[in-house]
Design a protein around this ligand. Structure first.
Ligand code: ADP
Ligand code: MG
Ligand code: ZN
Length: 606
């Protein structure tokens, strides 16, 4: 009964004579019949005391429209000198209102907390940093065996010993040998380091604890360290077992190497790790395996005897290794009998185990999508392109852009075919790929694992890379060249620099002017940077690089210019077909009757 005006006016008058409507009230005030008005904003009524009635008679209730903000009433009461007050009632409805409000605020706060927890792991962790939730995984049985790991035979052989340590420690302790505590697996991503660690646990039949180095490094100082403690505690309870620390470089970087001082949290975590490793005897049956692709940045304290004193290289697989890995992953796939694993292994130098596995899986997906029964060579081809270059996108509509890309790719493809020291063309296409690739011209990979390139091969490679831009310039003019060649230009610059400073292939002589390969490790290298050569030498190097690039560029321009009709013809075919396979391309080049000496060159490459 919270004074709805209708109720008060319609039904009330008969039974409650004292009821009054709002306009009645205004009229009564006007006529100076009112003594006192009390406004109750909670129930939204005015309690009115009329003049001439005894003080103790119950006041009349008048429903209001806007709670305590009734400007007319207030103004009128003031002019007529009526006593006016605001008096919220403390009846049941007010209490409910209060509880409801409280509940609403509570819900809002909870929602805010939930939101904070959800938005980004870091704020979630911020709430529970004291507790240090366990962030490592434990697998009682990995189910992976050495048979599932192929192509890294040396590493497997070395780690076979670790399996024996875990299975038959007596054999070693009996003769007084100390079982090693830590093994560091070093190798590029995707070569099977994680897989190998799990295989060791699987072979030895022990639990596998794993954590990634990046999970140690947290927002608050001390969290990483307490995680390390938790991990070792759990591991000791479950010995014999394996602790696997992935990406150990995330915690194990050289201390004090960061710019502007070290990262306290990381250092504490690393210190804790070192302490824990020292803290258990070699024969407790816990073996720690760590993986990294950056052993050069690791703190030397980690590599000391008694810690990660064994290092095992896990390299990219060779031809035989790739064959082995392909066979492992083809086990559960249906392949056409004509698909030759040897041919695939030969065509995929530089692929890691993970890339090979991924490629075979892509081929299987394509096969299913094409509703075929078994994977054929076609799907393998497409899957290799997909893994190396990207997903195919829908072809561009005819446009100037498409013509430009066609000429650009023909530039690469033609030089690949004309120049004597190149791998022959596999295919050229202008079907765009994910990652902003408009098209590509791809050489056939030679299946050799050890690549030794001669000076003329490297120069031809630079010329081929510049062929795309050269064709754009020749056909569309200097002002129309596009930024699509940025990748080409960058790779050219880096090859040319390596020729001069690392391979010693310039007029400066066979002097290594830069230590090759080392990426700048932020901090260490920037801080103790000793310039490796004088400023004068740096100028000479730049001049040599420029000379190489300019000479190759001129050569590319010349070849495109001299073969302009052929370039136009090839671009036309490419625009029409969107892809030209190597054989057809060479055929087209050879058909070009005007160019007898080029035919000979082309024949040389076939
Ligand atoms: P890493 O830890 O070295 O980055 P992973 O062990 O995580 O590489 O490899 C990822 C996946 O790639 C594996 O799960 C496996 O399917 C496949 N793979 C990688 N290397 C091999 C190998 N040598 N033999 C079989 N499969 C491999
Ligand atoms: Mg891994
Ligand atoms: Zn290009």
């Amino acid at each position: 009964m919270v004074g709805s005006p209708v109720l008060a006016q319609g039904n009330a008058p008969k039974e409650h004579q004292q009821a009054l409507s709002y306009s009645d009230l205004l009229r009564k005030i006007e006529a100076s019949e009112v003594n006192k008005v009390e406004i109750d904003p909670v129930r939204n009524v005015a309690l009115v005391q009329l003049k001439g009635k005894p003080r103790d008679t119950a006041p009349l209730e008048v429903p209001l429209f806007l709670g305590d903000r009734n400007p007319e009433l207030v103004a009128l009461a003031r002019t007529k000198n009526v006593e006016l007050s605001v008096q919220p009632s403390t009846d049941g409805s007010a209490v409910t209102g209060f509880i409801l409000n409280g509940l609403l605020i509570f819900v809002l706060i909870m929602a805010l907390l939930m939101f904070l927890r959800r938005s980004g792991g870091s704020s979630g962790q911020a709430m529970s940093f004291g507790k240090s939730r366990a962030r490592f995984q434990m697998e009682a049985k990995t189910g992976i065996m050495f048979d599932d790991v192929a192509g890294i035979e040396e590493a497997k052989e070395e780690l076979q010993e670790v399996v024996t340590f875990l299975k038959k420690p007596e054999r070693f302790t009996a003769v007084g040998a100390k079982i090693p505590k830590g093994v560091l697996l070093v190798g590029p991503p995707g070569t099977g380091k994680t897989l190998l660690a799990r295989a060791i646990a699987g072979e030895a039949g022990v639990p596998f604890f794993s954590i990634s180095g990046s999970e140690f490094v947290e927002m608050f100082v001390g969290v990483g360290a307490s995680r390390v403690r938790d991990l070792f505690k759990k591991a000791k309870e479950n010995a014999p077992c394996i602790i696997f620390i992935d990406e150990i470089d995330a915690v194990g970087r050289q201390r004090g190497a960061g710019i502007g001082g070290g990262n306290d949290e990381r250092e504490q975590t690393l210190n804790q790790l070192l302490t824990e490793m020292d803290g258990f005897e070699g024969n407790t049956g816990i073996i720690i395996i760590a993986a990294t692709n950056r052993p050069d940045v690791l703190d030397s304290a980690l590599l000391r005897p008694g810690r990660f004193d064994r290092q095992v290289m896990v390299d990219l697989p060779t031809y035989k290794g790739r064959l082995g890995i392909l066979e492992v992953h083809a086990r559960n796939k249906k392949l056409e009998p004509e698909v030759s694993m040897e041919a695939i292994a030969r065509r995929t130098p530089g692929f890691s185990g993970a890339e090979l596995a991924n490629m075979l899986n892509e081929a299987a997906i394509l096969t299913a999508r094409r509703r075929k029964d078994a994977i054929s060579g076609l799907e393998i081809d497409d899957a290799i392109d997909r893994v190396t270059i990207g997903l195919t996108l829908t072809p561009l509509l005819d446009s100037k852009k498409k013509r430009l890309i066609a000429y650009h790719e023909i530039g690469h493809a033609l030089l690949m075919t004309l120049l004597p020291h190149t791998n022959p063309l596999d295919k050229v296409t202008i079907i765009p790929r994910s990652g902003g690739i408009g098209g590509f011209a791809k050489p056939l990979l030679s299946g050799e694992d050890m690549r030794i390139d001669s000076r003329s091969e490297i120069l031809d490679r630079i010329t081929v890379s510049l062929g795309g831009r050269a064709a754009e310039e020749e056909v569309f003019g200097h002002d129309e060249v596009t930024d699509g060649a940025a990748g080409d230009v960058r790779s050219v610059a880096s090859i040319a620099r390596q020729m001069v400073t690392i391979y010693g292939m310039s007029d400066l002589g066979p002097i290594a002017l830069e230590s090759g390969g080392g990426e700048v490790f932020l901090g260490r290298d920037l801080m103790n940077q000793s310039s490796e050569c004088s400023e004068e030498m740096a100028t000479k190097i730049d001049r040599q690089i420029r000379e190489i690039v300019f000479r190759c560029h001129a050569e590319a321009r010349r070849l495109i210019k001299e073969n302009r009709p052929l370039v136009d013809r090839l671009a036309e075919v490419l625009l029409d077909q969107e892809t030209i396979e190597g054989d057809q391309f060479r055929q087209l080049v050879a058909e070009y009757a005007d160019l007898p000496e080029k035919q000979e060159l082309a024949a040389h490459n076939v």
